[in-house]
Design a protein around this ligand. Structure first.
Ligand SMILES: [Zn+2]
Length: 491
């Protein structure tokens, strides 16, 4: 998700057919399900021990397998669960009957097998700003206008006036609730449901503040229309309330124990350490500078959404590499991504699961990427995933493009599978370190459970011996053990 490339699915599949990676229309795939799901099954192996109580691993290609009969649905759900993977169904109002019947079939199989029922509700939330002129900003001459600062090369977005959307709530809520209602009527529940609701609704960054200051309706809403902090608080509160009304509430009213979340919405320390592909820095806005990075002041939007899981985004966004001057290129990626993950881990209450989106291949590169931007190494990426797990990430959610499926799935699954031996630590333990070294050095993360510490140490410098880390009133010595976790006894 969150890549401009997903806007070209037809072009992509055409290229892939030419390249021989997908069957052409007249060659039926051998499996009952989609080629992407089959690629997942072939790329990864069953877990050494059952998943039990750990949250599943979520993989973008392990979703929407197509029309399956009950036996095939059950076979697929079982095969994926043996690998620790949760199959996801998408709800699509534009294809209501088809998407409902396909997702009900999978939900029935998941329920029979006693594994979580997982849903992608992205399409149900689109869109508040549907082009209706009643939702546009309005200038001093009474003419409607749109904020075009969220348009990308591949798509236009009619971002309008945040104070016009009340009349859209009932329609969007019903887009969600019609599916939730059908599940309930079928005697099914939802365990995990997320949306990728991003470039829609009230937004505060890019040119949003400038557009609001041009809008006669917006200006009346603020004591000081030029004050960004007042603007941000007001707009993000509106954005949170909309998400609660149309998404969190209708789901939780029917399924009180569901994990509900939205891409990129999570508790944090007041700053955002990354930019989505459609986001740009607007000069003058409040931020922290770190070398060439500018971390934006971010509103505390999570609590008012009513969401029950946090969904940070830990991606190799292309510009990240050029923000820092570390000689060790891997540490440019690792440093930023660990900042993002640690921020969410430290800021999220223990009872709120963190489901982190991850992506290894350089994310959203330009058409002619600079060869100086080096791909994150596999090894350092897997180390990062370990440190995320030891800093509060409860579940990993891989997003990737079809050409990347096999390798992306394999990398994240290797860590998920190996971490299964530490399930008790990961389920019940308490992370003890959120430190991110400002220079390539030694990164240590750990989880305490009862009288044991599960710890991992990754060195970005050579030749260092034991290191001491503070743990409460004590100091714990951690020896180098590359590529391995250690379980230390606490007296
Ligand atoms: Zn306005």
């Amino acid at each position: 998700m969150a890549s401009p490339a997903r806007c070209f699915p037809l072009a992509w599949s055409g290229l892939l057919i030419v390249a021989g990676l997908l069957p052409a229309a007249d060659q039926k795939p051998a499996a009952a399900w989609s080629p992407r799901v089959q690629a997942v099954l072939e790329a990864i192996q069953p877990l050494p021990s059952p998943r039990r109580t750990r949250l599943p691993l979520y993989l973008w290609p392990a979703s929407n397998p197509g029309r399956l009969d009950d036996a095939a649905a059950e076979q697929l759900v079982r095969e994926l669960d043996r690998r620790g993977v949760g199959l996801i169904s998408s709800w699509s109002p534009a294809k209501r009957e088809t998407s409902l019947s396909q997702s009900l079939s999978i939900a029935r199989a998941q329920t029979r097998l006693g594994v979580p029922v997982n849903v992608n509700a992205t399409a149900c939330l689109h869109k508040f700003f549907n082009g209706d002129e009643r939702t546009a900003h309005v200038d001093d001459a009474g003419r409607p206008f749109w904020d075009e600062s969220f348009d990308t090369n591949s798509s236009k977005h009619s971002i309008g006036c945040p104070f016009t959307l009340d009349f859209r709530v009932a329609a969007i809520r019903e887009q969600v609730d019609q599916f939730a209602r059908a599940y309930q009527q079928a005697g099914l529940k939802v365990d995990f449901i997320f949306a990728d609701w991003e470039i829609d609704g009230p937004l505060d960054y890019n040119g949003a503040h400038a557009a609001a200051q041009r809008c006669a309706r917006c200006r009346k809403q603020f004591q000081d229309p030029a004050n960004f902090l007042e603007f941000q608080k007001t707009v993000r509160d509106l954005r949170s309330r909309l998400q609660r009304s149309v998404f969190a509430n209708p789901i939780l009213e029917r399924f009180p124990h569901a994990l509900v979340g939205n891409y990129a919405v999570y508790p944090h320390d007041g700053y955002r350490y990354w930019y989505d592909y459609f986001e740009t820095f607007a000069e003058g806005q409040p931020h922290i500078a770190d070398q060439r990075a500018r971390y934006r002041l971010w509103a505390q939007e999570f609590p008012a959404t009513g969401y029950t899981c946090a969904m940070p985004v830990v991606y190799t966004w292309y510009p990240t590499y050029t923000w820092y001057d570390f000689d060790n290129g891997d540490y440019r990626w690792f440093y930023n991504m660990l900042l993002v993950a640690s921020n969410a881990g430290r800021s999220t209450p223990a009872e709120i699961p963190i489901v982190s989106f991850v992506h290894w291949n350089t994310t959203a590169p330009p058409r002619d990427p600079d060869p100086a931007v080096k791909q994150f190494s596999r090894q350092a990426y897997q180390e990062l995933l370990w440190h995320m797990l030891l800093r509060g990430t409860d579940a990993l959610f891989l997003w990737c493009m079809q050409t990347e499926d096999a390798e992306e799935c394999r990398l994240v699954h290797e860590v998920y599978a190996e971490a299964q031996q530490y399930a008790e630590f990961l389920n019940d333990g308490k992370p003890v370190s959120f430190e991110v070294p400002k220079r390539p050095g030694i990164v240590v993360s750990g989880i305490v459970r009862e009288n044991q510490l599960l710890v991992r140490r990754t060195d970005f410098v050579e030749g260092r011996g034991d290191v001491a880390i503070p743990l409460g009133t004590r100091t714990i010595t951690v020896q180098p053990r590359p590529g391995k976790c250690q379980v230390l006894a606490l007296d």
